[in-house]
Design a protein around this ligand. Sequence first.
Ligand code: PMP
Length: 441
Amino acid sequence: MSHLVHRNLNVDPPIAVFGQGIWLREASGHEVIDGSGGAAVACLGHGNPHVLDAMRAQLEKLTYAHTALFSCESAEKLADKLVGHKPGGLSHAYFVSSGSEGMEAAIKMARQYFVEIGQPQRQHYIARKQSYHGNTLGALSAGGNAMRRKPYAPILSPAFSHVSACYAYRDRADHESDADYVQRLADELEAEFQRLGPQNVIAFCAETVVGATLGCVAALPGYFPAMRAVCDRHGALLILDEVMSGMGRCGTMHSWEQEGIVPDIQVIAKGLGGGYQPIGGILAQEKVIAAIRDGSGGFMHGHTYQAHPMACAAALAVQEVIEKENLLGNVQAMGALLEQRLTERLGNHRHIGDIRGRGLFWAIELVQDRGSKAVFDPKLKMNERVRKEAYARGLGCYPMGGTIDGLQGDHVILAPPYTVTAAEVDMIAERFGDAVEAALA
Ligand code: PMP
């Protein structure tokens, strides 16, 4: 057995030795399409020459400088690229090494903002039940993923409470209109503000499109404006976690662009660096930064590797490729094709409850029965069965859900790179369809 602590301590995973474009090869020689980009990370696929050149160039120039003493060119340029044009008023970037660290930074920055403006009584956050924000303690406290929280429940922060996410497939009542369902969720959030005392709430935290926990679930139209209105009424901030769904994954650079609202603080990672380096971050509104600048003068946070020169150089190159090659257009076009192919192949399958997503972020929900939407017994691990069958057929995909709290079906995520071609989409849908039929025969 391996000396590494793997996710499954009973089975050593295959060793990946080479990646090129959409393909990954393991030591045995078996090749798989990286159909989910890991966990929606590899947005350019593997071995992109422009990114590799930029990383080599950075390696020759500067590998590290501590941010207590210096800034560096790649971090400055990356911030300019992301917020130089102030998208939605977001004017500042802060870079860390992962999505969880980004979430921690967002949580703390929101709290410091209220301390600076003289509202230190604000000590609570409202997040959502079906959500995942990371595995560090603050991010895990924000998350509502029951399975991941369970062993750590006694050491999670009591500063977080949870309301329902917008999950129309299961939670909208029969005969309830979209508008009525959204109003019900807004009322639930309002009631939670009232329970906590509206003047005590720091922020409402949500994934713009729910990733791992529910599987690519976008909110209904009007949901985010309604949530934003509740926050605004009570002077609380809106923190959007776009670690998985942002940076182009859903067809626009930021997922909130499709919702008609802008967050006060946004968390990014995955598609920011495309897996070429570990990098995450937050984007913040000028008002948040100004309060800290005019108050104590600095964000009371920090990590040794924040705004790391190599990580920022890689992320900058990834963003340049996305822009120069107009990859958001390809995400939209290939996303539509992927939806079409999956629907043709599996739309009527008796164990496929829902095929949903945006851009190149798609989930297939597996159910025991389409009509009643009854979930499979989580012990059957149907999503894992699909993953295994797909892997045997040369397709990597990402199994989630089901086992989380039994409130939703298992699902499997497909999230190919933004560079994917029509022929590759066909191959992904074909292999995935074969895998589903084999696993759920
Ligand atoms: N937020 C969301 C929405 C995520 O999907 C993830 C990772 N799956 C995280 C936060 C945590 O990111 P990381 O694993 O890089 O810490």
